[in-house]
Design a binder for this molecule. Sequence first.
Ligand SMILES: Cc1cc2nc3c(=O)[nH]c(=O)nc-3n(C[C@H](O)[C@H](O)[C@H](O)COP(=O)(O)OP(=O)(O)OC[C@H]3O[C@@H](n4cnc5c(N)ncnc54)[C@H](O)[C@@H]3O)c2cc1C
Length: 309
Amino acid sequence: MDFTLSAELEDLRLRVKTFVNDEIMPLEADPANFDDHEMIDETLLAKVREKARFAGLWAPQMPTDRGGLGLNTVGMAVFYEEAARSRFGPLTFNCSAPDDGNMILLDRVGREDQKDQWLQPIIDGKVRSSIVMTEPAPGSGSDPTMMLTRAEIQGNDKWVINGRKWFITGAEGAEHFILLARTSDDKRRSLTTFLFHKDQPGWRIIRRIPIMGPEEHGGHCEIEFDGLEIEDSNRLMEVGEGMKSVQIRLGVARLTHCMRWLGMSKRALEECLDYVEDRVRILARHWPSMKASNGCWVMRRWISRSDVC
Ligand SMILES: Cc1cc2nc3c(=O)[nH]c(=O)nc-3n(C[C@H](O)[C@H](O)[C@H](O)COP(=O)(O)OP(=O)(O)OC[C@H]3O[C@@H](n4cnc5c(N)ncnc54)[C@H](O)[C@@H]3O)c2cc1C
């Protein structure tokens, strides 16, 4: 199989790489640029996002007629890997989780009017979004069909939501929410997908769940629904097609998450190499008989053999 990138894609990859090195790495290098959760300060983010957009490196996964780059799956993989050499990269280019997967789902299955209302502001970087699926045990986790949160139809055109969710990334500060809820006990078609706005009454954030290390903007939240009303026009796909929407969203996310992590891993390896070289040099200074260059050479050879460098 030929894995050679097309000239066009290689050019894009190099542009992403240059942007990450020149514009994002300097921000990442200074902790004064971080917020309280070690994520990039939102004012700085807005500025560097504007530069990315100007450089033509914006929303790689979205169609060109909505302001994206219209990349196919291979193009996205290449872009995401290069972007994630900095942990602020995907956010800068508007291809970070959870907005990334949410945009892809809305673009694939939304009606045009739903795309205008719910998708376009995310593409434009005006709002953030969350996907609301997981529940505390014994509710939905690895198996979404265990969902306890219910949506009951009222009249012909309104759904009422009651239940509890947790680990909802970005919920604090997100404006557009994609919600999965149980609408029947049919084994195959028990779930339905809905859209709601943060300003609608009937839901609240109970707490922001602490995690290890830096946190995405808006954290990972526990949420309660107590009579949230959603118009039927804000239902995504047909009643009972919730599992299908989950598969569409998470299927692509498996690839995009992995490409981002691959980019991060390569960066970690580069930093490891720098450290090893310095460490060997420092050691050599104190231990003159040691051949510093040999130590580095062995390390580099081992890494290049595993074909990751
Ligand atoms: C940082 C973070 C961000 C997240 N963001 C979101 C978000 O934005 N929106 C959202 O909805 N959710 C989010 N989640 C939740 C995530 O989707 C769930 O954690 C995941 O689906 C697993 O569910 P669970 O935690 O309930 O684990 P469980 O389902 O309880 O699984 C626990 C363990 O049991 C194993 N297991 C489960 N069932 C079986 C089985 N039948 N056979 C064998 N092994 C099994 C699992 O593999 C796992 O190892 C997030 C989680 C984290 C940690």
